[in-house]
Ligand binder design. Structure first.
Ligand SMILES: Nc1nc2c(c(=O)[nH]1)N[C@H]1C(S)=C(S)[C@@H](COP(=O)(O)OP(=O)(O)OC[C@H]3O[C@@H](n4cnc5c(=O)[nH]c(N)nc54)[C@H](O)[C@@H]3O)O[C@H]1N2
Ligand SMILES: Nc1nc2c(c(=O)[nH]1)N[C@H]1C(S)=C(S)[C@@H](COP(=O)(O)OP(=O)(O)OC[C@H]3O[C@@H](n4cnc5c(=O)[nH]c(N)nc54)[C@H](O)[C@@H]3O)O[C@H]1N2
Ligand SMILES: [Mo]
Length: 639
């Protein structure tokens, strides 16, 4: 029998699509975007379309497995849960010795029950958001007072769009779609990236920038704007700290700033002119430019430029960074404050090793592959191997699962019911369960509910239905679960225009200009290039099947001039070397890349000889916990 079922994507992606799933004889055979959803608009990305291969992969773990020396032994769920209960019972006297490593890979509301469980226990946790977007979020809150943005569909009203470090064809295909439509309606598009023309097909003008230096370009364009066009009285009235900001602009010459970001003066002028002439002009900010030691300063400088050119709080304008995926839901039940300690995410391995009060005895890792996806991978892998009891809940034997004592097999997307918010738009979607999970596989919630019952005193979780119902009890939604099940999607009552009329969320209602910017740290001559580990189109981070690795070639992209200067030809083997180690890659030339950059796609697994985070040192951005992944210096040598 062939049926079409309305469900939704829960992958960690801003587009959070409403999906139509074709099910034939109990199997999913096609996944496509819902044509009746205003944002999804009838299409979805490559990684979601091909999700069936993950559901049906022969590599999927379907039974709990326990480490015995170098081997794994299948055990049943009663044994598995009893073992976990026994360990938690033993360590809960000092609950901070239990480390909860919860990632953000699965976005449904039911996945948050885990927070309730480990917060009730008083466990330690990791500041997970630092791996992704927290630096930029903090920067936006400092400027605007809150993390808000215009409705993405308002991009269609823009006269100009500046794409500031977001790969439109890769990381958010619907932003790409809207930019394309806006362009068809006459909007002009200006893109800025160290990858030169990565958004070439979406853009009228592309600028190649030195990695991590956007703050200099934004300040330069701001300086040029003041000189050429002056400042409107509203900008002065509706902001705080303007004098300091103007002094900051005075402190640099345009030619200095041009040198710092390696962008010619004519492009700086063109950018200032673009914001002025193409008003209302929207700014789309990717997450890439905040993954640097001065990432927050870059985001703040760009926000300041967008504001002072009169492009905030209006139709067709605004800065699009992100919103919180839970912002439209009622999540008051989370009670996160129960956790006893929070460790930064930049060097989890070192934190585990160095912590003594109390030391870590047990780790529970779910929805996350931190050995692959966080810096200093090898240190973390070693730290987990030494931790007395490590549980990994996953569907695959990832690099992280390989360090576990016990692996618990979990359900995947389309195998359980849920409700999901988005970090890129204002809709909340209903996630219908489309296929049953394979026998022997349980959801995260089922696992913890069972475990909670076995503890003394028990930790009680609520039912899935109760969590979903509660989460919808938000004044912004006013929808019952039963209604959402029928409709599939609801738009939260958020204004189309954020900060309309320059009403900002700070107590004084004003926009806050940044105080200053920092110089770049001098490059170490031994490591003169910058490693960018970018997302791949077909995969979500490390969600690459073991069998898919066979057809992947480890490759790195350099500017043709950089290859030539190093004495390489395209196709040569080379080693990317950082102070932490080396990986061997095939070198490719990419026109338009900044000559100081080496680009690799992130995600392939360490156990197959990859794992770019082996090379990345655990350094912070300029906000607590943010990880400066793209601040990594490397060199490329012959192998
Ligand atoms: N297919 C696919 N889609 C995804 C994901 C995935 O793994 N695969 N992951 C999802 C998640 S969790 C996230 S956070 C997003 C991430 O997606 P994005 O927000 O796009 O962030 P990044 O991929 O980190 O970087 C985006 C772009 O910034 C550019 N960039 C790097 N450094 C700089 C710089 O110094 N200045 C400027 N101006 N640009 C710079 C790079 O060229 C890069 O293409 O994608 C989401 N979507
Ligand atoms: N070098 C480098 N590393 C980076 C970044 C970078 O720019 N450079 N950026 C990073 C960013 S933006 C992010 S968001 C993170 C992403 O890091 P991760 O969240 O680790 O990303 P994934 O590789 O998607 O791994 C998620 C794992 O969760 C599992 N999973 C999926 N659904 C479920 C579920 O329902 N339950 C359970 N228990 N498990 C599930 C998947 O099978 C997979 O193994 O890492 C980042 N790491
Ligand atoms: Mo992310």
């Amino acid at each position: 029998m062939k049926e079409t079922i309305l469900s939704a994507c829960t992958l960690d992606c801003p587009d959070a699509c409403s999906l139509l799933i074709t099910r034939e004889d109990g199997q999913i055979t096609r996944i496509r975007g819902n044509p009746n959803h205003p944002y999804t608009d009838g299409y979805c990305c490559a990684k979601t379309q091909r999700f069936c291969s993950r559901l049906n992969s022969p590599s999927r773990v379907k039974k709990p497995i326990l480490r015995e020396g170098k081997k794994w032994r299948e055990i049943n769920w009663v044994e598995a849960i009893s073992l976990c209960a026994e360990k938690i019972q033993k360590y809960r006297q000092e609950p901070g010795s239990i480390l909860h490593l919860r990632g953000g890979a699965a976005k449904g509301v039911s996945k948050l029950a885990e927070v309730v469980f480990f917060a009730k226990l008083g466990a330690s946790r990791i500041a997970h958001d630092g791996v992704c977007d927290s630096t930029g979020i903090e920067a936006c809150i400092e400027d605007f007072g809150a993390l808000q943005m215009n409705d993405p569909l308002d991009l269609l009203n823009a006269n100009g769009i500046v794409i500031w470090g977001k790969s439109l064809g890769v990381s958010s295909v619907h932003t790409g779609g809207l930019v394309g439509k806006a362009r068809n309606r006459g909007a002009a598009v200006f893109s800025i990236s160290p990858r030169g023309n990565e958004n070439g097909k979406f853009s009228d003008n592309t600028v190649c920038i030195k990695p991590g230096s956007d703050r200099f370009l934004a300040i330069a364009a701001a300086k040029e704007t003041v000189q050429r066009y002056g400042l409107s009285p509203q900008i002065q009235e509706n902001s705080q700290n303007l004098d300091r900001f103007l002094a900051l602009l005075e402190g640099y010459s345009l030619s200095e700033l041009s040198q710092f970001c390696d962008v010619p003066l004519r492009d700086i002028e063109a950018l200032a002119e673009f914001y002025h002439q193409h008003s209302p002009c929207a700014t789309v900010l990717g997450m890439g430019l905040q993954r640097y030691p001065h990432g927050a300063e870059s985001v703040r400088a760009i926000n300041a430029l967008a504001f002072m050119t009169g492009n905030i709080g209006c139709r067709g304008g605004g800065v699009y960074y992100s919103v919180l995926s839970g912002q439209n839901l009622n999540l008051q039940w989370l009670e996160e404050e129960g956790y006893s300690r929070t460790f930064p995410v930049a060097h989890i391995g070192r934190s585990i090793i160095d912590t003594s009060d109390p030391p870590i005895h047990m780790a529970w890792i779910s929805m996350w592959n931190p050995v692959n996806q966080t810096p200093e991978s090898l240190v973390l892998s070693e730290a987990l191997a030494k931790t007395p009891f490590v549980v990994v809940v996953d569907a695959f034997m990832t690099d992280t699962a390989e360090t576990a004592d016990l692996v618990l097999p979990c359900t995947m997307m389309f195998e359980e019911e849920d409700v999901v918010g988005s970090w890129g738009h204002h809709f909340v979607n209903y996630v219908r369960s489309v296929v049953p999970p394979p026998p022997g596989v349980r959801s995260d919630l089922e696992i913890l509910t069972d475990l909670g019952h076995r503890l003394n005193p028990p930790i009680e979780l609520e039912t899935r239905e109760a969590y979903l119902e509660r989460s919808l009890k938000s004044p912004l939604l006013d929808t019952l679960l039963e209604e959402l099940r029928m409709k599939g999607t609801v738009r939260a009552r958020r204004p189309i225009i954020a900060f309309e009329g320059h009403h900002f969320a700070h107590r004084d209602g004003k926009f806050q200009f940044l105080n200053g910017i920092s110089p770049d740290e001098p490059m170490d001559a031994n490591y003169p290039m910058t490693l960018l580990t970018l997302v791949r189109k077909e995969f979500l981070h490390s969600q690459i099947l073991p069998e898919e690795h066979e057809s992947l070639i480890p490759e790195a992209f350099l500017a043709p001039s950089a290859l030539e200067n190093l004495g390489f030809k395209a196709g040569d083997q080379g080693a990317i070397i950082s102070p932490l180690g080396a990986i061997t890659v095939q070198l490719k030339a990419e026109k338009g890349l900044h000559p100081s950059v080496v680009v690799v796609g992130r995600g392939p697994w360490l156990k197959f000889g990859w794992g770019s985070n082996r090379l990345i040192e655990g350094k912070f951005t300029d906000r607590p916990d943010g990880v400066a992944f793209y601040g990594q210096s490397v060199r490329v040598e012959r192998r």
